[in-house]
Design a protein around this ligand. Structure first.
Ligand SMILES: Nc1ncnc2c1ncn2[C@@H]1O[C@H](COP(=O)(O)OP(=O)(O)O)[C@@H](O)[C@H]1O
Ligand SMILES: [Mg+2]
Length: 229
């Protein structure tokens, strides 16, 4: 299997080249290109149904494109076997969704420990304590998701995404289920943490205000990404 060598020495973290994807009879993307640098922050906007979530899932190695090449740190996840791909996902990518997706029967702390368990590693308890502290969730460490507010659940989801310090954080409308006050706090947290750790952040958002806080904004429309100023 031919793979480009890891590009730790280059500034490019994620590269999408000539990517195409069809869902049912509709062509969602055709020859889509996107380059993302290390530590870059990027907003993706667009109408509902434009394909933003699908694009994010493709970047997240969760949904394969029909054609084209995706490289994450120089590795094409879709040439890997499922087990290798899931390990790559654990190491390189942290995911945050609008609907939080915490496991309901596990405590906040146990949810944050999942990335270690999924990677076959022992959870790093010092790091988990630190993540709880940084996300302001220490006092709720033993609470189950059902006992937490939406803002608190998203803090746990962010802590989980940051757990293994992956170079790429992907967030799909992370504040979509939150009121304005909690939304601002969650955005601050995401930007602070990714900037502190030198992580790249790709965030799908409907909010112009949120998009303006990112270094770059691309609008997805008719299967194309257009720079917004
Ligand atoms: N599994 C699927 N099969 C067929 N169509 C789908 C599937 N998933 C999403 N779609 C359609 O693809 C389009 C893009 O969906 P999505 O990526 O969720 O858009 P967005 O996140 O921008 O709202 C929508 O028209 C949606 O109905
Ligand atoms: Mg969506």
């Amino acid at each position: 299997m031919m793979q480009k060598p890891p590009t730790a020495t280059t500034n490019c973290l994620l590269s999408v080249e000539k990517m195409s994807k069809q869902l049912g009879s509709s062509i969602l993307f055709s020859d889509l290109d996107l380059q993302l640098n290390r530590a870059e922050t990027l907003a993706i906007t667009g109408e509902s149904g434009a394909g933003k979530s699908t694009l994010l899932h493709i970047m997240a190695t969760l949904e394969s494109p029909d054609a084209g090449e995706i490289l994450i740190d120089g590795i094409n996840p879709y040439t890997l076997k499922e087990r290798q791909r899931s390990l790559l996902r654990c190491q390189k990518i942290g995911l945050v969704f609008q609907a939080f997706y915490l496991l309901p029967h596990l405590s906040a702390k146990q949810n944050i420990a999942l990335p270690w368990l999924l990677s076959g590693l022992d959870p790093n308890t010092d790091r988990i304590e630190n993540l709880l502290e940084r996300t302001g969730m220490t006092h709720r460490a033993d609470a189950k998701p059902g006992q937490l507010s939406g803002g608190e659940q998203q803090r746990v989801a962010i802590a989980r995404a940051l757990a293994l310090n992956p170079p790429l954080i992907l967030a799909d409308e992370p504040t979509g289920n939150l009121d304005a006050k909690h939304a601002a706090g969650i955005l601050d947290l995401l930007l602070e943490e990714t900037s502190l750790n030198g992580q790249a952040l790709v965030m799908v958002t409907h909010s112009d205000k949120a998009a303006q806080r990112m270094q770059r904004t691309l609008r997805l429309e008719s299967g194309r990404l257009t720079p917004q100023t």
